[in-house]
Design a protein around this ligand. Structure first.
Ligand code: BYC
Length: 333
């Protein structure tokens, strides 16, 4: 299976027989997890727990950084100064989220350079959603409403993740994400309630294109999610992919009515018995195609990241040269 797990397992982990000391450490770790304790960076943890976290946090960090690209496409074409300032602030926030997350992953012993190398080599994943194009201005509001909305739904439970540095990063990120979601909804509401027919049509077109990919953000169905059982056992995941997806559909179905847009799903209907909105089948073949590198913008997104990294080489070199000079001055003084 296509996986982004980094090959970081030390040889000891592959040993079939554990030492008594290792078995005791593991039992103590499991007991702490069962008691709802948070694990800190310097605490002992099984290698698989460490790798699972690096896998998830690095893909999350890359998602934030790659997620800046579809929005960046519209900075120069935002319709008003107010919308431009909001968009710039949002994109800047996302850069910050990426940095908190790379820092959280670094506490697990994987350097940012290693993670970035894996992304640029096409080995590390980032969210499927960012491989779709932003074709009109309403895409920006729709990303805020649906994509940030899905992100918050998925990320609020991560503020209670068992690994404390990740949980702490998520508290700050979720505060900002909720502003992102609201500004998107507000932007669409203005277009729908005060705009022209042409503007309303732009919103509907954007919602039609982003709805299904947003549902895919929560990952494969629970029955086909290879990582879920262990991640749930360890308190990394608190709610399942399908549970979060359903919560998201329930919230959006009501919000769509307020906006006056139609969600592009003929099977969407309230099910009083379940107390939830039913929805139609998701095209998982499309999801795996995009995750496997064959979505509409995968090549473009990766190329943009690699170019930004290469173009920024002189900045990193200059900063290091400056730091070396400062250190030499301090030593001489
Ligand atoms: N896209 O066993 P599963 C954001 C992969 S955006 C690509 O269920 P897990 C933002 C998965 O990695 C959101 N790949 O995995 C918003 C795994 O492959 P590997 C970023 C996906 O980890 C606006 C395989 O499929 N958020 O924040 O238990 C602007 C099997 O899946 C996707 C996060 O990353 C996908 N949609 O559950 C800017 C939240 N879904 O790793 C930025 C943190 C699944 O074995 N992450 N895969 O090679 C998570 O909560 C979990 O990792 C997931 C997946 C729910 C996404």
């Amino acid at each position: 299976m296509y996986t982004q797990a980094m090959d970081l397992a030390p040889k000891e982990e592959r040993k079939a027989v554990r030492t008594v000391e290792e078995a005791e450490l593991e039992a103590r770790f499991e007991a702490r997890i069962d008691a709802g304790d948070f694990i800190e960076a310097k605490d002992w943890m099984p290698e698989h727990y460490r790798r699972t976290l690096v896998r998830q946090i690095s893909q999350h960090a890359h998602s934030e950084i790659v997620g800046m690209l579809p929005e960046g496409n519209w900075v120069t074409r935002a319709p008003t100064l107010k919308r431009k300032a909001i968009l710039l602030a949002k994109i800047q926030d996302e850069g910050g989220h990426g940095l908190y997350l790379y820092a959280a992953a670094e506490t697990l012993g994987t350097s940012r350079d290693q993670m970035v190398d894996a992304l640029h080599a096409g080995k590390a994943k980032y969210s499927s959603i960012f491989n779709y194009p932003t074709l009109n201005w309403a895409d920006i509001g729709t990303i805020g409403w649906l994509v940030d909305g899905a992100a918050i739904m998925n990320q609020v439970p991560l503020t209670r993740c068992s690994y404390a540095p990740y949980a702490r990063a998520m508290v700050r990120i979720c505060r900002e994400e909720s502003f992102h979601q609201r500004q998107g909804f507000d932007s669409l509401l203005v277009m729908m309630k005060e705009g022209t027919d042409a503007q309303r049509a732009l919103v509907q077109d954007a919602v039609n294109r982003w709805w299904w990919p947003s549902l895919m953000m929560f990952g494969p169905p629970d029955a086909e999610s290879p990582n879920s059982a262990q991640s749930t056992r360890w308190g990394i995941k608190r709610l399942s992919n399908d549970t979060l997806r359903q919560k998201f559909v329930d919230a959006c179905a009501e919000q769509a009515q307020v906006l006056g847009v139609t969600l592009p799903d003929p099977d969407l209907k309230w099910n009083a018995e379940r107390g939830h909105w039913d929805f139609g089948p998701i095209d998982w073949a499309e999801f795996w195609r995009v995750v496997g590198g064959h979505g509409p913008c995968n090549k473009e997104r990766l190329a943009a990241r690699v170019k930004a990294w290469d173009d920024g080489a002189w900045v990193r070199e200059a900063a290091l040269a400056h730091a070396r000079k400062q250190a030499a001055k301090e030593q001489a003084a």
